[in-house]
Design a protein around this ligand. Structure first.
Ligand SMILES: Cc1cc2nc3c(=O)[nH]c(=O)nc-3n(C[C@H](O)[C@H](O)[C@H](O)COP(=O)(O)O)c2cc1C
Length: 172
């Protein structure tokens, strides 16, 4: 079983999640490598795929959505898990499973490639690394409320999810 963990990351925190997932799969004796969408990986060369993107303005990054669409036939024939790395803070009374937090593309991907699961993970934000446009968005009132500085990635949660993938792929 050879698994590709494909990711698209703007500032690196989603890359960190993808590399962690690949490392944890290997610890379960599942052959796995993390590859950025930017290296033009071919999911057809693997038995299963985990695909994740950072979320900006409620959407997956364009290149991540495109690789799913371009490879939809191959992906529909394989076990696929999707993750989104996004929220930094939740509105009171909401949880990461709330449909509202689901990036807009996920409903389409469910229809087209039938992923085994889609999971939203908390992300990270380092204001010093933001591009100008993102810095400006963060200054808006909604941005200030929902885009705090910090690393909110929950490694235990990501590890537990990865364990489920390893078991589904037949790992002990
Ligand atoms: C301008 C801006 C807009 C964002 N919009 C969203 C959003 O709509 N939904 C969400 O869950 N996270 C949003 N985020 C949070 C990012 O998804 C989070 O910081 C993520 O970890 C970034 O991943 P990266 O470091 O791989 O690029 C936004 C962040 C910024 C800076």
């Amino acid at each position: 079983m050879n698994v590709i963990v494909v990711y698209k990351s703007r500032y690196g925190s989603t890359r960190g999640i993808a590399e962690f997932i690949a490392e944890k799969l290997r610890e379960h004796d599942v052959q796995a490598e993390a590859r950025s969408v930017d290296t033009d990986p071919d999911p057809g060369e693997y038995d299963a795929a985990v695909i994740g993107s950072a979320v900006y303005m409620e959407h997956w990054m364009k290149e991540a959505a495109e690789i799913v669409r371009r490879n939809r036939t191959v992906l529909a024939e394989r076990p696929v898990w999707l993750f989104s790395s996004g929220p930094l803070r939740l509105e009171p009374g909401t949880s990461p499973d709330d449909p509202e937090l689901e990036p807009k593309e996920i409903a389409e991907f469910r229809e087209v490639i039938h992923p085994r699961d889609h999971r939203v993970f908390f992300g990270a934000l380092d204001p010093g690394r933001l591009g100008l446009q993102h810095r400006l968005i963060r200054k808006l009132p909604a941005g200030r409320a929902l885009l705090p500085e910090g690393d909110f990635r929950d490694w235990d949660e990501i590890e537990a999810w990865t364990g489920g993938i390893a078991r589904a792929l037949g790992a002990p």
